[in-house]
Design a protein around this ligand. Structure first.
Ligand SMILES: [Zn+2]
Length: 329
């Protein structure tokens, strides 16, 4: 029902691609991260929040139709609906029903709780096309609240030494989750990069609270707060003017040693090893296809459980490039 070509995952029955890599006529978009939502498509369909974020990040001229979670639409011979993926605001798994044969394409997802987006929805299906970004038993997340407490204590230590705390987190999703948790639990000012503050406004439009931040001002002493910036901004000029600083990186990749940062915080918006297995198992799918990342270890594990696996992760080198681009976002 779904085939993969050089544009991406294609559904012939509905004549659409999901998260296409190259320009095409009809694009269904799982979420607004840049490695899934690209410019150049004739028509887009996604959730309302994803539409708002794409218009901000890519351009207001995009031709986008948006839908509610669970709303069924007919495209050719396919019935399609979007269901929460728990990854970031607006993120969706796409359920495709062709003659009662159901495929779910997860996009990026996580199963553990996130106060800044809807919870992951388990959907039973025949074919489950799952991301596999962290598909290795070494990737098991620690408690989110514990990591937030570690961030706060790291900041207190820096502040006592007169050092700025520069926290690097992806501007869409990760930053909002961290800012929301810090504001809710700790008495600390949050300074944030404009890219983050612009996304915050969209989150606030969807009722997400505790996202108040202060605009970064390099002429001001900011050691009494936490400065949140996207990882790509850590080479920015303004950092040269703020005095001494330490950097922290919030990512699932922080399980590995990070050479470019002073500290790592293991906070991910992707499923860890256990979450991948639980989502795949609960889908009751007879066929599982892995995309994004390296699926080898998970493939072997699922084979021992009698689940049939197709692995798209190594068949297309663009996928690994995509993963890298996300890392550098
Ligand atoms: Zn994503």
């Amino acid at each position: 029902m779904i085939v993969k070509d050089d544009i991406g995952l294609y559904c012939p029955a509905g004549n659409f691609y999901v998260d296409p890599l190259k320009p095409c006529e009809n694009a269904l978009i799982t979420h607004a991260h840049a490695d899934h939502a690209r410019p150049g498509m004739t028509n887009y369909i996604c959730t309302h929040a994803t539409k708002d974020i794409m218009k901000l990040r890519i351009g207001h001229e995009l031709n986008i139709s948006s839908v509610d979670y669970g709303q069924e639409i007919t495209l050719g011979n396919a019935t399609v609906s979007f269901h929460s993926a728990g990854h970031i605001l607006g993120s969706a798994q796409i359920k495709i029903n062709v003659n009662e044969n159901i495929t779910v394409i997860t996009g990026d997802y996580k199963v553990h709780t996130d106060n800044t987006c809807d919870a992951f929805q388990h959907i039973e299906c025949n074919t489950f096309i799952s991301e596999a970004t962290f598909a290795n038993p070494k990737y098991v997340w620690t408690n989110f609240g514990d990591e937030i407490e570690r961030i706060y204590n790291w900041y207190l230590g820096n502040k006592n030494n007169g050092v700025n705390s520069v926290l690097c987190a992806y501007s869409l999703g990760k930053s909002q989750r961290i800012i929301n948790a810090l504001n809710k639990q700790y008495p600390v000012d949050i300074y944030a990069h404009d890219n983050i503050r612009n996304i915050n406004k969209i989150y606030q439009n969807y009722g997400i609270s505790n996202l108040q931040t202060i605009r970064i001002n390099e002429n001001k002493d900011m050691t009494s707060g936490i400065i949140v910036i996207p990882p790509g901004a850590r080479k920015s000029k303004f950092l040269k003017n703020i005095g001494p600083y330490k950097t922290g990186f919030c990512s699932g990749w922080a399980i590995n040693k990070l050479d470019e940062y002073d500290e790592g915080f293991k906070i991910s918006d992707h499923a860890d090893w256990h979450e991948l297995i639980s989502a795949i198992t609960k889908s009751k799918a007879k066929e599982v296809i892995l995309i994004h990342g390296s699926g080898n270890v998970l493939k072997k594990y699922l084979n021992t459980k009698g689940i049939q696996i197709s692995d798209f992760t190594r068949s297309n080198t663009k996928e690994s490039t995509m993963q890298l681009s996300m890392f550098n976002e």
